[in-house]
Design a protein. Structure first.
Length: 282
């Protein structure tokens, strides 16, 4: 996920590097990797990706988010290979007790939230920070705006001059684009609480392992059906749903996609190379 040229990677399966290369994604620009849980298909590609970073001469910090056990596993793997790593890894342990903020700067905030899987698992939520309004150049020239006045307008304030002149924020500034959001719910049962935590996001990825005919199997294995994923997206009022993690028993995602779309029409299936731009809703 690219947010203002900050690259976030959610889960890192065994074929991640191949997928990144095929997608022509500059992997060295990935500074944040979030691992949802300790099932191997969600983190086995991490060790190889870190090794590639090292071989390519990375020196910049890498932020790694995941279950506490992941930190020990990475340390043991590097110790066994007597690895000399040329860049720092800043580890942020995740919790499945309640939602929490993992990272925040001026442009983006990364949060985690619990989901319901067989082992402790978290989902992740990226929120774009509110953007500062831009003052129209024509208004700057028209009113010969001073720096203090420009700053006041950027704070959303009207400018009142001593001579009675009023310069209105609504007239002087460009409309502020709505902040965008993306949520990632990996392996999980259908759990209505998740709809509250991802409420109103613009784009939601949610697993859809089985067709609804195998609902009992989904419940037993702590997974979700395509119909349930569509229902959760509807309950959460999201803008668009992406379904993935399809069981290998199905030749492709087509039937699952139809099932989810019957409940939530704005659904697409995750496939290799898919690129989506997160759109805000008016």
């Amino acid at each position: 996920m690219n947010v203002h040229e900050k690259q976030f990677l959610f889960d890192c399966g065994e074929g991640t590097q191949i997928a990144l290369r095929h997608g022509r994604i500059r992997m060295m620009r990935i500074d944040h990797i979030a691992i949802s849980h300790m099932h191997r298909d969600h983190y086995f590609g991490l060790f190889g990706l870190i090794s590639t970073f090292n071989l390519l001469g990375r020196t910049r910090d890498l932020h790694l988010y995941g279950p506490p056990a992941l930190q020990g596993l990475l340390a043991a793997q590097e110790a066994a290979g007597e690895t000399v790593r040329g860049f720092p890894i800043i580890f942020h342990p995740t919790s499945t007790e309640a939602p929490e903020v993992l990272f925040e700067d001026g442009s983006v905030r990364l949060e985690s939230f619990p989901v319901r899987h067989r082992i402790p698992t978290t989902g992740f939520l990226l929120r774009e920070q509110p953007r500062e309004p831009g003052v129209k150049r024509a208004e700057v020239r028209k009113w010969d705006l001073q720096p203090s006045e420009v700053l006041a307008l950027k704070r959303g304030e009207d400018v009142h001059r001593e001579d009675g002149t009023q310069i209105l924020f609504a007239d002087a500034c460009h409309p502020v684009p709505a902040s965008r959001s993306y949520a990632f719910a990996a392996d999980t049962r259908y759990w209505k609480q998740v709809a509250e935590w991802v409420k109103g996001v613009d784009l939601l990825y949610h697993e859809a392992t089985f067709l609804d005919a195998m609902k009992a199997r989904a419940e037993k294995t702590y997974h979700t059906t395509a119909r349930q994923a569509g229902r959760l997206a509807l309950e959460a009022g999201v803008g668009q749903l992406v379904i993935g993690h399809v069981s290998a028993r199905y030749e492709g995602p087509e039937d699952l996609l139809k099932e989810a779309q019957a409940v939530f029409p704005e659904t697409v299936a995750a496939v290799d190379g898919l690129i989506l731009e997160v759109q805000t809703r008016c």
